[in-house]
Design a protein around this ligand. Sequence first.
Ligand SMILES: Cc1cc2nc3c(=O)[nH]c(=O)nc-3n(C[C@H](O)[C@H](O)[C@H](O)COP(=O)(O)O)c2cc1C
Length: 150
Amino acid sequence: MAKVLVAYASLTGNTEEIAELIVEGIRAAGGEAVLKSVMDCNADEIKAYEAVLLGAYTWGDGELPDEFLDFYEELDELDLSSCKAAAFGSGDTGYEIYCGAVDQIEEKLKERGAEIVQPSLKIEYGPNATEKEACRTYGRQFIEICAAVS
Ligand SMILES: Cc1cc2nc3c(=O)[nH]c(=O)nc-3n(C[C@H](O)[C@H](O)[C@H](O)COP(=O)(O)O)c2cc1C
């Protein structure tokens, strides 16, 4: 099973909760996951993992949150061609660009050569009961796909 880094930015806790549920799903499937806020993490750390899940809420007009920017720029220094990845985050459909930060993260991962193994997970605000289960399933499926394609 791949060892996964799950790194996220969250202001009011929604994306953090999604990240925690994804980690629950990975661990329930027998995978190993390390959960970190991007504030406590350098993108260079990804090199120690076979897979990475990056998450953020969206800010401004479809933008990345400020606290994600250093990590995002550090990704430019990395060759992620041996890394499996996916992106997730929380947003609000009332904004014109729903979860734009998630799309930007996914694009950056692709640009750096990562293999996107499943579509991004976007949740409005915090997850409800059904979405909580979907987050756990997302983590479980991620680790299972990583195992299948490695
Ligand atoms: C000033 C501001 C701008 C926002 N802009 C967007 C946006 O462009 N697109 C979007 O989907 N959500 C937007 N949101 C909504 C947040 O992404 C949403 O509340 C999210 O659940 C916050 O996640 P967090 O609890 O992890 O911080 C915005 C929120 C605020 C306060």
